[in-house]
Design a protein around this ligand. Structure first.
Ligand SMILES: C[S@@+](CC[C@H](N)C(=O)[O-])C[C@H]1O[C@@H](n2cnc3c(N)ncnc32)[C@H](O)[C@@H]1O
Length: 208
């Protein structure tokens, strides 16, 4: 990925849609150079926190370097991890459930075979009512169509779609969706592991 200097219009646009508020705890998946993560971290200051993850170590390092001042102030944490490696980033993101998760051009949220797992993790990590903002764009300027099956996958994972976006942003066609995690009682519970069959250990005492 080429080096990113100033925020591009799409970064500004996506962070405006995300609408970070003071004190919020947010997670960006696939932060790349950390441009949007830096913008969001500045908006949750002075008491909120953004965690930015990327599965490419070079990208995680670039994001941390670019945002060194925000990292120093505790407003941004950068973790080298894939979203599916939940245990690698969850402790950093905090024990409390998140207010928002977002991702721009990260196919893990809509690629068949991967989307279900990603959306389930997102649902588990968000507080009820928390938002998941997913964005995609087309550099050729054409307006993008939403990824196939995304709405259905969001619904099955426990989200309700609040907003759909499709517009021109800085000469690109950009799309997105804002989905809210349903209240706990409307989300399918995590599967409970089946109890193992009891093994008999010793002989039952005889009744007299
Ligand atoms: C196309 S780039 C977009 C970067 C940034 N979001 C932006 O819009 O400028 C996708 C980035 O997401 C990262 N990525 C893709 N899938 C990921 C996953 N499942 N977990 C964490 N990072 C991921 C890639 O390493 C890459 O840096």
């Amino acid at each position: 990925m080429p080096a990113a200097a100033d925020p591009a219009p799409r970064h500004l646009w996506s962070v405006d849609v995300l609408d970070p508020r003071v004190g919020e705890r947010l997670l960006e998946v696939g932060c790349g150079h950390g441009v949007a993560a830096g913008l969001a971290a500045a908006r949750v200051a002075p008491v909120g926190q953004v965690t930015a993850i990327d599965r490419a170590p070079a990208m995680a390092m670039a994001a941390a370097k670019r945002n060194a001042a925000l990292v120093e102030r505790g407003l941004l944490r950068v973790v080298w991890a894939s979203f599916a490696e939940e245990s690698r980033w969850a402790a950093t993101a905090g024990a409390e459930r998140l207010d928002g998760i977002w991702a721009f051009n990260v196919a893990a949220f809509w690629r068949p075979g991967e989307a279900g797992t990603s959306l389930t993790i997102a649902c588990r990590r968000l507080r009820p009512g928390g938002r998941l903002c997913l964005f995609w764009d087309r550099p050729d300027g054409g307006l993008p169509t939403p990824p196939a099956g995304l709405d259905e996958a969001l619904g099955s994972a426990g989200f309700g779609v609040e907003r759909r976006l499709c517009e021109r942003v800085g000469g690109r066609g950009a799309g997105g969706v804002v989905a809210r995690r349903r209240p706990d009682d409307r989300v399918a519970p995590e599967p409970v592991p089946k109890p193992r069959p009891l093994r008999s250990v010793g002989t039952a005492p005889r009744r007299t």
